[in-house]
Design a protein around this ligand. Structure first.
Ligand SMILES: Cc1cc2nc3c(=O)[nH]c(=O)nc-3n(C[C@H](O)[C@H](O)[C@H](O)COP(=O)(O)O)c2cc1C
Length: 217
């Protein structure tokens, strides 16, 4: 055995592999980005498990270059809302190229971000440009992107709705949440239960033939 290695603990699904793979897909196909949240509280314990699941993601040289700041404090959430809405006003009136606004039209999004007050938790995701001890981090965007994917899947698995939100630029999160200089805002993820009667855009997902190619032997 190479040094610093331990035996792998295998994961064995309770279903046959094909059924397990299909069952997971059947769960994930119901994940939707939700923009209408209920204010129903979500216990911190659930958020902790979801963040722990995200933290199992692979990362460049295992640097784990992520930080998840979970906010339920109403005053902080409101500060985040006000700052996000300011950026969004700039985006919609000045920064967004016309094509982007056309692409966004079907989603009915605008500068009003009420969900930032309503959702019981906002998870601000930061990427670590440098380790906390000043050391290098690698493949940071790839690593944090994978971690967020796991976070969204874990929340969905727990029956919670999420919104992947990018009020760009997100530098205000560093100020509002008083984060250190090595952390860069990556995404803002409201998380909670959907509002009763919540609706989502009627979108389609590309079929397998469009998202995959197989070169079989
Ligand atoms: C990186 C990224 C940024 C996004 N930013 C926003 C956003 O700022 N506001 C928003 O309402 N939705 C945002 N979305 C959500 C997308 O619009 C949504 O994922 C897409 O329309 C597909 O819908 P679905 O998630 O329900 O499958 C973002 C998604 C991603 C992955």
């Amino acid at each position: 055995m190479p040094p610093n290695h331990i035996p792998l603990i295998p994961y064995r699904p309770t279903l046959p592999a094909a059924d397990a793979a299909r069952a997971f897909y059947d769960t994930m196909r119901l994940r939707r980005t939700v923009r209408m949240f209920s204010d129903r509280p979500v216990p911190r314990e659930i958020i902790e498990s979801i963040i722990l699941a995200a933290g199992t993601a692979p990362s460049g040289a295992n640097k784990q270059p992520w930080r998840f700041v979970a906010v339920s404090d109403p005053t902080l959430k409101h500060k985040i809302r006000l700052a996000a809405e300011e950026e969004e006003r700039e985006f919609y009136t000045r920064r967004a190229p016309p094509e982007w606004l056309v692409d966004l039209a079907p989603f009915g999004t605008d500068t009003d971000k009420e969900f930032l007050d309503v959702a019981p938790w906002l998870i601000a995701v930061f990427k670590l440009a440098k380790d906390d001890d000043g050391g290098a981090t690698y493949y940071v965007n790839e690593s944090v992107g994978i971690a967020v994917g796991l976070l969204l899947a874990a929340a969905h698995h727990a029956g919670l709705a999420t919104l992947t939100h990018t009020p760009s630029p997100m530098g205000f999160l560093t100020q509002v949440l008083a984060r250190p200089a090595n952390e860069r805002a990556f995404l803002l993820i409201p998380i909670g239960h959907p509002a009763p009667g919540a609706v989502v855009p009627d979108i389609t997902r590309k079929p397998l033939g469009e998202i995959a190619a197989f070169e079989e032997g």
